[in-house]
Design a protein around this ligand. Structure first.
Ligand SMILES: [Zn+2]
Length: 271
């Protein structure tokens, strides 16, 4: 991942697959991209101003902005879906509630915008697929198998494509040394009987907390089930960067009782 002078991280390798990925580096500059989050008119105006700057930077006409619910939701963004979603909403920004997107070429350049706070965004590209797969993965989504369901659906839609050819680009996320769930939550999930066995290689118990490396779990499961073994990572932890006032970490913010609901943005441009 390359650091550009204008506070953005990018993956230059992705351009070989007809896409561009940008991670906004300074949440004070770019902030929160969905007006759905805005609590006041002033906030809404600020977001719209930032949106405009973003469009000028990426030079696209349409942006699909994914707000991510807790439910492991998944969508296919193709010409039909795009046609329905943009029929009534002819605005530049189309707001979605989803964690996973299988996006195909739409005949025009467009953005997919995610606003994570600690979660990883997985961007999957493949030489035989004209489009990309984008996933918002936190512990909850990995626990609920969103990553596995997405590639299962992909295999159903494109049965002739060999999934092992996928290249996955991962944006900054909270690492396994900083992400933990409480003993109460762990015990609650463990009662389902699947947590301990499935995550035993990725969980470390320390001071009544369970540290979970959910990205490692997702990567290994994708390798095991689908033969996907190529992952690119920037090696940046949101928790560590939050201490330097760069990016945003939900965990760090909660621990330090900060009131700001910051996020950083991941922008994927495709055509
Ligand atoms: Zn970390």
């Amino acid at each position: 991942m390359k650091l550009l002078p204008n506070s953005l991280l990018t993956y230059p390798q992705v351009t070989n697959y007809g896409a561009e990925v940008y991670v906004t580096y300074d949440n004070k500059v770019w902030g929160n991209l969905s007006p759905l989050f805005a609590e006041t008119d002033a906030e809404k105006e600020l977001i719209k101003k930032k949106d405009k700057e973003l469009l000028e930077f990426t030079k696209v006409k349409k942006a699909f902005v994914a707000t991510t619910p807790l439910e492991p939701t998944l969508m296919v963004l193709d010409e039909k879906v795009s046609g329905v979603l943009t029929y009534k909403n002819n605005d530049t920004f189309v707001y979605l509630r989803t964690n996973g997107i299988i996006a195909t070429r739409l005949g025009y350049r467009y953005e997919i915008v995610f606003a994570p706070a600690d979660c990883a965004i997985f961007i999957g590209v493949h030489p035989d697929f004209e489009g990309l797969v984008a996933l918002h993965l936190g512990f909850a989504q990995v626990f609920m198998n969103l990553h596995l369901q997405t590639f299962k659906l992909f295999a159903t839609l494109y049965p002739t494509i060999d999934l092992s050819g996928f290249r996955i680009f991962i944006t900054p996320y909270i690492c396994g040394r900083h992400y933990y769930i409480s003993e109460e939550r762990f015990d609650y999930l463990n009662r389902t009987g699947v947590l301990q066995s499935r995550f035993s290689d990725y969980v470390v118990k320390k001071d009544r907390k369970y540290y979970v490396d959910f990205v490692k779990a997702a990567k290994e499961e994708l390798s095991e089930k689908f033969g996907i073994t190529t992952f690119y990572e920037p090696g940046l932890c949101t928790y560590e960067l939050a201490q330097k006032d760069k990016l945003f970490s939900h965990k760090y913010s909660k621990e330090h009782k900060e009131s700001r609901k910051g996020v950083f943005n991941v922008i994927v441009v495709t055509s």
